[in-house]
Write a protein of this length. Structure first.
Length: 490
């Protein structure tokens, strides 16, 4: 029943309260509960496993640093997605972002026949979703597969609730029309010359899918044809899920709790600011506006309209192949066909979210991981406070900026245990610094280079040089002249 806390809401309240109290075990539980889905969402926006891993790490760190701001602890999960989206937008437009290493798909252990049927359904899903704009696809993804209600979506997108409701409703209507048209193209293309001409390749491109929807709406033959109903949850359930790297857990929890990384955590937490009156991060912008200058999301007066929430419960997940091309460049495609670049959200709220600062990459090797997720029900929102929690930005000055003071590098070793790789951490201390792997010794291999701003870190993946060994092995990795040890056990 709407308004009554369900099991997930109670769990969110408990975890939020424990995080406020500094409970490290609660931080571990937050990671184990939400990290696979947040990683998949970040990968859908960034299309790179390195960037998605770095984004997830920053989300966990920022959540621990800012949990006191959250006025509605029962919405911890949606709040984490809002932090994740802002972090991904910050990384999206960085000229130094890592690209070209998409995460593998989580292994479902399906038979060849099941894989073939899933691939057929997946092509249909891609064709239908291609007709939607980026903001609509992301709203469908978050509401259907990630099970966020419209109040959570309002906070994630930084939109008034009335506009969020309109966005979700229009996205569902457009998806139903696109699915109807795609089913006609898939099964009845021979019955209409126009459909046959439009569907020479499969899956459909965004332009072709949009043209097909318009044709079906105006064609008396196609418009009168009935197609079997296919709920959004069944349609989207076949899309790929990005497999979270198994070793990322230790990396994230260490970065979020290690005493020697407190300064780094403060810098990461600052990237999430400013916040609105509910304690949710405002959408990413190069120059953050004053919180009081933005229209409030006005969640309270229309909560009754979302009493039933989204109404579709499905398995969590989704390395969304179709998140790209949102309005104003706010979304990125994951895997699969490209997406159209246009389309504002309802009410003209699809303002562009400009370029982020330099990314905070983490290199890690993939390892499939799956887990489930409980459901969530919308709950009444508290009335907005009169005083925003964010501070106005510092006014610009006419003085020329001072060049940054060169920093130093901090390099930490790693232990693979019985795994095949581990990550050496490189951090810029006291200012920006360039780094490069200058050599290795012993039975290990590593490489890479880059630039870090003050407080930023990068991960250097170290692998075994040989699969044959006896007992414990030790090697060294030198990064810009600083050597650290790497061990593993056979």
């Amino acid at each position: 029943m709407a308004g009554e806390p369900g099991p997930r809401q109670n769990d969110d309240v408990r975890l939020a309260d424990s995080l406020r109290a500094g409970d490290v075990i609660a931080l571990t539980e937050v990671y184990d509960t939400y990290a696979p889905f947040l990683y998949d969402y970040c990968h859908g926006l960034l299309r790179d496993r390195v960037e998605a891993a770095g984004a997830l790490r920053n989300v966990v760190i920022a959540a621990r640093e800012h949990v006191d701001r959250l006025t509605e602890p029962d919405r911890l999960r949606g709040w984490l997605y809002a932090i994740a989206r802002k972090e991904c937008m910050r990384r999206r437009d960085s000229p130094n972002r890592h690209t070209g290493q998409e995460a593998p798909e989580a292994d479902d252990e399906l038979t060849p026949e099941q894989l073939a049927r899933r691939e057929e359904r997946r092509l249909l899903a891609h064709s239908a979703l291609a007709a939607l704009n980026g903001r609509q696809r992301e709203a469908i993804d978050l509401s259907v597969r990630h099970e966020l209600d419209e109040v959570d979506l309002s906070g994630v997108f930084g939109m008034p609730l009335e506009e969020t409701l309109a966005l979700v409703e229009k996205a569902r209507e457009d998806l139903a029309a696109a699915l109807h048209a795609s089913l006609i193209a898939q099964n009845h293309w021979k019955d209409c010359p126009s459909v046959s001409a439009l569907t020479e390749s499969w899956p459909l491109s965004p332009q072709t899918s949009a043209s097909l929807v318009r044709h079906v709406a105006s064609c008396p033959v196609c418009g009168a044809r009935e197609t079997p109903p296919l709920p959004p949850d069944r349609l989207l359930s076949v899309l790929p899920i990005a497999a979270i790297p198994a070793e990322l857990r230790l990396d994230v929890l260490t970065a979020a709790t290690a005493e020697d990384r407190a300064g780094n955590r403060r810098a990461i937490a600052a990237w999430t600011e400013p916040f609105d009156e509910y304690g949710w991060p405002l959408p990413y912008q190069q120059t953050a506006p004053r919180a009081r200058d933005r229209a409030p999301r006005r969640r309270g007066p229309v909560l009754a309209a979302v009493a039933v929430g989204v109404g579709v419960l499905v398995l969590f997940g989704g390395a969304m192949a179709w998140l790209g091309g949102g309005s104003g460049g706010t979304n990125a495609s994951a895997t699969g066909p490209a997406s159209p670049g246009g389309g504002d959200s309802p009410g003209g709220s699809g303002a562009p979210e400009p370029a982020p600062t330099d990314p905070f990459p983490t290199v890690s090797s993939p390892s499939p991981s799956e887990s489930g997720s409980p459901s969530k029900s919308p709950s009444p929102s508290k009335s907005p406070s009169k005083t925003p929690s964010s501070k106005p930005p510092t006014p610009p000055t006419s003085e020329a900026p001072k060049p940054p003071t060169p920093g130093d590098l901090s390099v930490s070793g790693c232990d693979m245990g019985r795994r095949s790789s581990c990550t050496v951490q490189v951090t810029a201390v006291g200012g920006p610094a360039n780094w490069r792997v200058t050599g290795t010794s012993g039975p290990v291999r590593a490489g890479g280079s880059g630039h870090l701003d003050a407080g930023q870190s990068a991960g250097v993946r170290v692998t075994r040089a040989s699969s044959f060994c006896l007992g414990q092995q030790t090697g060294t990795v030198s990064v810009s002249g600083r050597s650290v040890s790497v061990t593993y056990t056979c």
